[in-house]
Design a protein around this ligand. Sequence first.
Ligand code: GDP
Ligand code: IMO
Ligand code: MG
Length: 422
Amino acid sequence: MPNIVIVGAQWGDEGKGKIVDYLTDQTEIVVRAQGGNNAGHTVISEGTKYVLHLIPSGILWPNKTCVIGNGVVIDPVSLLEEIDTLAKQGVTVEADRLLISNRAHLVLPSHRAMDALNESSRGDEKIGTTKRGIGPAYSDKIDRSGLRLHELFEDNFSDRLNQNLTNCNELLEAAGVETIDVAASVTAYAEAAERLRPFVCDTIGFLHQALADSRSLLFEGAQGTYLDVDFGTYPFVTSSNTTSGGVCTGSGVPPQRIDKVVGVIKAYTTRVGEGPFPTEDDGFGDVLHGMGREFGATTGRERRCGWLDLVLLRYATYVNGIDELAMTNLDGLDGLDEIPICTHYELDGKKLDLPPASAADLQRVKPVYKTLPGWKTSIEEARHLADLPEKAREYLDYVTRTTGVPITSVGVGPDRTQTLVD
Ligand code: GDP
Ligand code: IMO
Ligand code: MG
């Protein structure tokens, strides 16, 4: 099995968790390299729904090892809650199955408080973050003032946390918002440190030994290309590199060891939070929400919905080096007479094949569509690509022809079994 990177090629929630789960059977180690518990990855297996935030989806398979790499930002209390939730669902997360990088940065209560405060002070310009403290945690990392996992176990950690939270409370007080209970937070982090101690190690050494032993790696991307801090719709993005390049810096695995990049896309497009979305179509969103679909896995927010956008997809194939596409949620288009696909944009009388750098310009583009016929029948029972109606296969062929990238798996429902590969 090659070393494979799974990346979201849209605005997140493409179905990465389901694809990772599908591929875990054939791999040995599943690795997260960026993001934090802003992610929400859904896997449905034998009627049970699992939502993973920080822990790689591979944990659902017994005997697979999972790694949270140095590029991830970790809220230790939330991570333990996730471990406890999994335990209640019958999934035991032992320390020899989950390795957490000692170089990963901590998300502190001050980061969560500042995330909320920053959002409210932006007013109408807000980003619509998940309020998990992700942006402030990465800001401190880049500012060189962050605290890393190895520091949790150092003698002065409680003092440093106390100081950090006390400083933050001054800002919160000045802003007239609720302050942090410093004593309770320091106790919670000290308790979390003791429980997490066995999991924390030098994951880079572990991953290089695994490579030397020819054990295969599967990298589970979080968020998606248009939430990438460099390539996304800045400033309406998250604070990490969500594209394939982030895998190397976030895990310590060098680029030569990546064999394949799989881009995950929905058959349409969704986005949670603010920011430009050229193919957004509220009417289509109402149809999907009416079917009980497209509610955020982390915050429960209604996702914004629209059509597949080949301009964004083309650029995503460039910046990630996508070798193959996994298309999920094709069944979401089942009832439609016609399906629009955006082929290019027009802006100020010019044709655009790639997205503009400015979010304001992307807000102004006019998407130009090609309309393909719908198949108007349920495909959820299909188990092979050949079972799909001809018009559904035409839809897939059109995407492959225009992007030059093969679609190697197709999702026809949320269950583990509803992924077609042959
Ligand atoms: P992730 O963040 O990329 O892992 O995606 P999420 O889990 O946030 O959102 C994807 C949603 O689509 C979840 O509710 C999945 O259960 C669901 N899903 C994934 N693939 C399919 C599919 O092929 N069909 C349907 N109906 N649902 C799917
Ligand atoms: P997965 O891994 C969808 C969005 C937020 C907001 C922006 C910034 O499940 O695909 P942040 O809290 O990261 O500072 O928020 O990014 N966002 C996601 N949207 N899926 C995700 O993760 C997301 N993680 C963050 O809604 O618009
Ligand atoms: Mg998600």
